[in-house]
Design a protein around this ligand. Structure first.
Ligand code: GLA
Length: 708
């Protein structure tokens, strides 16, 4: 609900209030954001700011005031939401509108109003010095704890206006008694959970590598220093964007905290002619006073409801087998068919042909961009192969890396200028490849046409959309945003052309795991690191921001190709089954005992996948701080729950670990389907479960609890 009363705006979601007001001079003053305030006196916040010198001509010193749309240089010298280079800007309230639903964002992905319970406040501010309008958008979702924000800047002046920075939101908190948690990483170890106290000064959690990145996920939480999984205030800030991003946490001399999130101003510039508009990406603010667990469950629900869309939105995801770690690029039709046929016998539902099927690609130094089949490897072509596989009764999927070009490719030889390059410099290669310049219409059209024509001709049910390098040699400031818009256009055209195809995003594993991608593709390959012990940390870290239905997780070979570890089939299966399950190993060379185990895992996954993919996620034991990682997923009516604990190393002669479960129905009894044991929910939640791990390192313990 959005209420406007006595110059105050009251934005209220399920258990969240966001309050600000228009002051006498026309500035937007932030009052409060956090747990819902259900009753108000006349004035919710007394005038608290004071000052002893240097007031502006309107009697206000903005440096002292919590604001919604700060600018730099007149009476505020803190970091601005928006800046027009050296031009000072003063933004004052002009008008506002409150309406049902929400408008789409120009050329950018954004959240939906899937439950038709959203209301939007659109405030127009006016800068009379520069003749510029700035619109602030706030969408409240009645049944959610998330508020969506973004900003539009419209140049009303005759001359050109240059935007130097445009964050999507700003919140000024009145204190700095916070810690922050964010999710940096690297290839093979994405979304590590890192917590720091908020210190005096500026923390800029950012990425300027062209994509949202392995290095820094666009998700930052500000929270009470003692927040844990069950208690404490947690404010989550997440961007619906896949390009360079920045989250600034800035404390001032009076120990107040300003948070802003949006496009990274570094390398950004945007020119606006008269009446042209710039739209920032959308930012999502989610609040919970029930710690990180509460925050994640609110956010997961929001993502499943209002970010993920289309045919696969609420469908159980197919169990797939991918040939990458089975064959890499060394395969032929016979090998592919033998894997697919055995997979079908094991109950697997989808075969995915990964990299190496096109051009003359037998290693990673050629052919990206030449999206035509290699008949030497696949004599029946993609159409013929897809038909043979689907005739077996298993669906067929295909890998693409649409945004890339290899210097050794027909595409590059014909159009060297289609690769991103700058100032006459030979562009830097990474994994022997260059990035196509998707700011150019002809390049966008080529990519759309070459991918869609294959998807329309062959029986393809799934696409793995890869993106295996960062962007270098960007030719001008603002290019990364232009590229990101071009990439969204291409992605939209391709995904809308084949609406029933399931798309999985990928970027050297989980290097572009963000809400922008999830608006087009309902799931993402979480990491190239498939060792289940490493995945324990990666999936645990990823779960803070993203629901299990978005995380691809596969069982791979032992020893693991990357780490050399040899966890059991059970451990590999238990970790992978906690996401969108699949396999990525050469099943044709496995002993019968492993095939039997796979058949059982596949049956098990089919039984529990709706629960796992769409249930409520509880983190119970943090592997980043201990030897055991544990999570639990409970369905909405609390009748079923999947629990998985993983012990990293065996420790000699220690007592049974005890883990307290969560989310069950108080007073109810549950039967563990794996052992037949019956437990009281209260005992499991208050006394805890005794975890009887099998002997050894790298072991798991699972329970499938059903309410009796
Ligand atoms: C990336 C992906 C892998 C695989 C390879 C193919 O690294 O993350 O899963 O598809 O590319 O080249």
């Amino acid at each position: 609900m959005i209420i406007f009363r006595d110059n105050y705006f009251f934005l209220e979601g399920l258990d969240i209030s966001y309050i600000f007001r228009i002051d006498k001079a026309g500035y937007l003053v932030h009052c409060y954001m956090g747990k819902k305030i259900k009753a108000y006196p006349t004035h919710i916040v007394p005038e608290r700011f004071y000052c002893w010198h240097s007031w502006g001509e309107d009697g206000v010193k903005l440096d002292e005031i919590a604001q919604e749309a700060p600018t730099y240089g007149h009476t505020d010298l803190r970091k601005p939401l928006i800046s027009f280079g050296e031009k000072i800007s003063v933004l004052k309230y002009k008008c506002h509108e409150i309406y049902k639903g929400k408008k789409p964002l120009d050329a950018l992905p954004a959240s939906l109003d899937a439950l038709s319970d959203a209301q939007t406040l659109e405030i127009t501010l006016y800068d009379s010095l520069n003749n510029v309008e700035v619109k602030l958008f706030y969408t409240v979702f009645e049944s959610m704890n998330t508020i969506a924000r973004h900003v539009e800047v419209i140049n009303r002046a005759e001359g050109e206006l240059t935007l130097d920075s445009c964050y999507s939101m700003c919140i000024d908190f009145e204190h700095s008694d916070f810690s922050e948690t964010h999710f940096p990483g690297r290839w093979g170890f994405e979304r590590e959970k890192v917590t720091n106290p908020v210190v005096r000064g500026t923390l800029d959690i950012n990425n300027a590598r062209g994509g949202s990145g392995h290095f820094m996920n666009p998700h930052v939480c500000l929270h009470s220093p003692d927040a844990n999984e069950k208690s404490g205030d947690v404010y989550s800030f997440m961007l619906v964007y896949s390009g360079n991003h920045s989250t600034v946490i800035d404390t001032d001399q009076r120990m107040r905290t300003r948070v802003m999130q949006g496009i990274n101003p570094f390398g950004f510039k945007w020119s606006l002619k008269k009446d042209e508009k710039f739209t920032s990406p959308e930012n999502l603010i989610t609040f919970s006073h029930e710690g990180f667990g509460g925050m994640s469950r609110f956010l997961h629900k929001f993502i499943r409801t209002n970010i993920v869309r289309g045919y696969w939105k609420e469908k159980p995801r197919p169990i797939l087998i991918n040939n990458w770690e089975a064959t890499y690029m060394n395969f032929n039709e016979e090998k592919i068919l033998s894997i697919a046929s055995l997979a079908k016998d094991l109950g697997i539902e989808l075969f995915v042909l990964d990299d190496g099927w096109f051009g003359k690609r037998n290693n990673d130094n050629c052919s990206l961009g030449d999206w035509y089949v290699n008949y030497d490897k696949l004599p029946s072509g993609i159409e013929g192969l897809a038909k043979k596989v689907t005739d077996m009764g298993i669906k067929f999927g295909l890998w693409f890396e649409p945004e890339m070009v290899s210097p050794d490719s027909d595409l590059y030889r014909a159009h060297p200028d289609w690769a991103i390059h700058a100032h006459g410099l030979k562009p830097a290669e990474s994994r022997n490849q260059l990035v196509l310049d998707l700011t150019k219409k002809e390049v966008q059209d080529y990519v759309i046409e070459s991918v869609v024509s294959i998807l329309k001709k062959a029986k393809i049910s799934y696409v793995k959309w890869d993106y295996n390098r960062y962007i270098t040699d960007m030719p001008r400031q603002g290019f990364n945003h232009e590229y990101t818009l071009g990439m969204y256009h291409v992605t939209k055209c391709i995904t809308e052309a084949v609406p029933e195809v399931l798309f999985e995003g990928c970027s050297g594993g989980g290097g572009r795991f963000d809400l922008g991608i999830l608006c087009y593709m309902p799931q993402v390959w979480t990491s190239d690191n498939t060792d289940p012990i490493e995945r324990l940390y990666i999936q645990y870290g990823t779960s803070f921001g993203y629901p299990t239905s978005t995380m691809g997780s596969h069982v791979t070979a032992s020893p693991n190709h990357y780490t050399g570890r040899k966890p059991s089939m059970k451990t590999r299966g238990d970790i992978a089954i906690s996401g969108n399950f699949g396999y990525e190993l050469d099943i044709t060379t496995l002993p019968q005992s492993d095939l039997d185990a796979i058949k059982k895992q596949v049956e098990e996954c089919k039984k529990i996948r709706s629960l796992v993919q769409y249930g409520n996620f509880y983190r119970l034991s943090d592997p980043f701080t201990g030897n055991i990682g544990a999570w639990q997923i409970v369905n909405d009516d609390k009748s079923e729950s999947f629990f998985c604990a993983t012990r990293v190393m065996f420790k000699s002669n220690v007592y049974f670990p005890i883990i307290k479960l969560d989310g069950l129905e108080e007073g109810a009894l549950y039967r563990d389907e794996y052992t037949g044991n019956v437990y009281s929910a209260d005992e499991l939640m208050y006394r805890g479960a005794f975890i009887e791990f099998p002997h050894g390192d790298f072991v798991t313990f699972t329970m499938l609890l059903k309410k009796i």
